[in-house]
Design a protein around this ligand. Structure first.
Ligand SMILES: [Fe+2]
Ligand SMILES: [Fe+2]
Length: 246
């Protein structure tokens, strides 16, 4: 049997567009920086684009429409989860109409991907309750699986963002411990590079498309202004992943 071509994912996170496209975000223009990623994203030619939250800074419909238009340029399916700056009620109608998927489980290239919503209204930190963890039931079995969630399920060593990470992350880890199919947990929120194995599972951060901190600093420390995303290649036996820079 011919080997199946690897499936290409592109994870895009923390774009924080605002109603006003000219608004500044940490001294950057979020729209311009997202636009700077377009060529690299096109060259990657993803089979699935996964948007992992904080897509908007102000949860405005205008910002979600601009994200929708950007994501629609790659001609591939789009999956999404909200972040703490998003409002599901504002984004759902825009994304649903465009056919974007919110799972909570999406099948692609022989893999199952769980899209877990860790965001709550007016809460910068995240949490997964039993109802939201329920999606993981679908990852039982032999199909390789990955998890996408906005908040980091493990500290990244940066106090400024670890203080608003995922509360009660042990609930997630207890479930993951019983799911050998899960190979990675990919998240956004931290605006920096991070990759570490935790309990045999790769924990992978997707940096922001707008503004990033140097890794593992006590305060947000601008240093990497290049818009970034994260690519994945999934195959039958495992996956590869790295940073996609503008
Ligand atoms: Fe963010
Ligand atoms: Fe966030």
């Amino acid at each position: 049997m011919p080997r199946r071509k690897p499936t290409r994912l592109l994870q895009v996170s923390d774009c924080p567009l605002a109603r006003d496209p000219a608004a500044a975000y940490r001294g950057q223009n979020a729209d311009a920086n997202l636009e700077r990623l377009t060529d690299a994203a096109r060259r990657w030619a993803p089979d699935l684009l996964v948007l992992t939250g904080d897509l908007s800074e102000d949860a405005s419909v205008e910002s979600y429409c601009r994200i929708r238009d950007w994501a629609g340029r790659f001609g591939c399916p789009v999956a999404w989860i909200p972040g703490n700056h998003d409002e599901r009620d504002a984004m759902s109608p825009v994304f649903d109409e465009a056919g974007f998927q919110s799972g909570p489980v999406v099948a692609v290239g022989g893999w199952s991907l769980a899209l877990l919503d860790s965001a709550w209204p007016n809460d910068p930190g995240g949490e997964l309750d039993d109802a939201r963890l329920k999606a993981l039931d679908e990852l039982e079995g032999d199909r390789p699986a990955g998890v996408f969630v906005h908040h980091q399920p493990t500290p990244v060593g940066a106090a400024w963002i670890d203080k608003v990470g995922m509360r009660a992350a042990e609930r997630l880890w207890a479930r993951i411990g019983k799911l050998p199919s899960v190979r990675f947990i990919a998240f956004g929120h931290v605006h920096q590079r991070f990759r570490q194995q935790v309990e045999g599972v790769e924990c992978l951060a997707c940096p922001s498309t707008a503004a990033n901190s140097l890794p593992a600093t006590a305060r947000f420390t601008a240093g990497e202004t290049t818009p970034m995303a994260r690519w994945f290649e999934l195959n039958e036996t495992g996956f590869r992943s790295g940073y996609l820079a503008a």
